[in-house]
Design a binder for this molecule. Structure first.
Ligand code: ARG
Length: 470
């Protein structure tokens, strides 16, 4: 296949060069955007009188046919034609002749690929926003079911203070809200129209970049042609968003693995969301959680790769920038998969309420509450801490928990202890009395549920707005 840029060359490209240079194997996923962008470009060229109106029409019709063929699987992508842009353009000219050869007027692949990537990213951002909302909804709904389910909260992975499973899940819900906000920021970077920058320095033709932006529903137009073709901030922003989201999901994964172990036994994954061992018949493994945790490393790698790729590049376009795609596409696929599978995994898991309750009853996570009890009786907190520390040491020594020590024994540590201390030690009371804003109290949970419903409603409206701006 003759090269579209072959004019100044007297030899065919070496086969290895063709293979190494080509991006078609992965950038063919941009076909829809490439065609939509070319249709907008051709229409604008015709409107501005840069190409004959008839040619414009032929181009648009030809591109629509190609779109149909690609969707039907009737399009042969050629490595010798390097990338999606030249594959489509070459086929167009093959089909409609001379008119097709006018499509690339006032355009370079540098601004073309940037356009495709921006459009593609907007589409994916909208899809990811939807998946993110669905996952948040799942977390919130499970949290609502467990507003009264007590469990130990941990610091240093040591039992710390009683909380509810709802409060724990709401922490993730809050992280995901920040992810959603970051995703909105990604949209802002993607919603900039680069076409018309040409290869680097714009064009001599009287194009209308704002018309193209309007046809393609872009909110902004790059105001510097050099920035337009060399900017990859939006890819880096996406990968940053993806890395932080994966970090959150990875932390949840670690907890899912712990909670589903026999040692914790707090949850059991549905059989449809766990896997077995080829050797050990008893095994039920949390592979999905482990894979999400594992894939997080890969997504971080893509962010790192893109940062390093971009750091040494002189303006403007350099072929290094073709490396922006595979990591980005892989991150898109990974987070979409992770969000979808996690949603269903969370919704179908069994929560062993009794096991959690047991864990919070037979431990010392109520020790802070006993100290607070003494504070309420007038003792300064630092001294109360010391007294209760001694009580804990005494209990451990006598193989008991705090509620099992008698009032008489307590009195030997402080005469402020009275009959009502047992109440302060009840895990339900420990949780119920943590009413400070953002605390785990049942009453606070209810407020957070209501606030969560509102946030989801707002996110849904934002999503609809994004979908209309595609
Ligand atoms: N396949 C290329 C990429 O993804 C398209 C732009 C190529 N431009 C060029 N001047 N070689 O970056």
């Amino acid at each position: 296949m003759a090269k579209l840029w072959g004019g100044r060359f007297s030899k065919n490209t070496n086969e290895l060069v063709d293979a190494f240079n080509a991006s078609i194997d992965f950038d063919k996923r941009l076909y829809h955007e490439d065609i939509r962008g070319s249709i907008a470009h051709a229409s604008m060229l015709a409107k501005c009188g840069i190409i004959p109106a008839q040619d414009g029409e032929k181009i648009v019709a030809g591109l629509k046919d190609i779109l149909k063929d690609i969707k039907a699987g009737d399009f042969k992508f050629e490595v010798a034609l390097e990338d999606i842009h030249m594959n489509i353009e070459a086929r167009l000219t093959e089909r409609i002749g001379q008119a097709g050869a006018r499509l690339h007027t006032a355009r370079s692949r540098n601004d073309q690929v940037a356009l495709d990537m921006h459009m593609y990213m907007k589409r994916e951002v909208a899809e990811i926003a939807e998946l993110l909302i669905r996952f948040e909804e799942a977390l919130l709904s499970v949290a609502k079911k467990h507003s009264k389910t007590l469990m130990p909260g941990y610091t240093h992975l040591q039992r710390a203070q009683p909380i509810t499973f709802a409060h724990h899940l709401l922490a993730y819900f809050n992280m995901l809200q920040r992810d959603f906000r970051r995703l909105q920021g990604v949209w802002e970077g993607a919603d900039m129209m680069p076409l018309g920058a040409g290869a680097i320095a714009g064009t001599t033709f009287p194009i209308d970049r704002f018309d193209v932006a309007k046809q393609l529903n872009f909110g902004k137009v790059y105001s510097n042609s050099m920035d337009a073709v060399s900017d990859r901030d939006y890819v880096i922003e996406f990968l940053s968003f993806a890395s932080i989201l994966m970090m959150h999901m990875s932390r949840l994964s670690e907890e899912i693995c712990l909670w589903s172990s026999t040692e914790f036994g707090f949850i059991e994954l549905d059989d449809a969301f766990a896997t077995g061992s080829s050797m050990m018949p008893q095994k039920k493994n949390p592979d999905i959680a482990e894979l999400v945790r594992g894939k997080t490393g890969r997504v971080y790698g893509h962010l790192q790769a893109m940062l390093v790729t971009a750091k040494g590049l002189p303006l403007t376009y350099n072929k290094d920038l073709q490396e922006d795609k595979e990591g980005f596409f892989d991150a898109v696929d990974t987070i979409k998969f992770a969000l979808a599978v996690y949603r269903d995994m969370i919704l179908t898991m069994t929560v062993n309420v009794d096991k959690m309750q047991q864990a919070v009853s037979k431990d010392f996570s109520n020790a802070t509450d006993l100290a607070d009890y003494l504070v309420r009786k007038g003792l300064p907190f630092r001294q109360a801490h010391e007294v209760v520390g001694k009580c804990v040491a005494y209990a451990i020594h006598n193989d008991k928990f705090l509620p099992e020590i008698t009032l008489e024994e307590y009195k030997t540590f402080s005469d402020l202890f009275e009959e009502d201390l047992l109440q302060a030690l009840q895990p339900e009371n420990c949780v119920a009395s943590r009413k400070s804003y953002g605390g785990p109290a049942f009453s606070e949970n209810e407020k957070q549920f209501a606030a969560g419903d509102k946030v989801l409603q707002q996110q849904q409206e934002i999503l609809q707005d994004l979908q209309q701006r595609l």
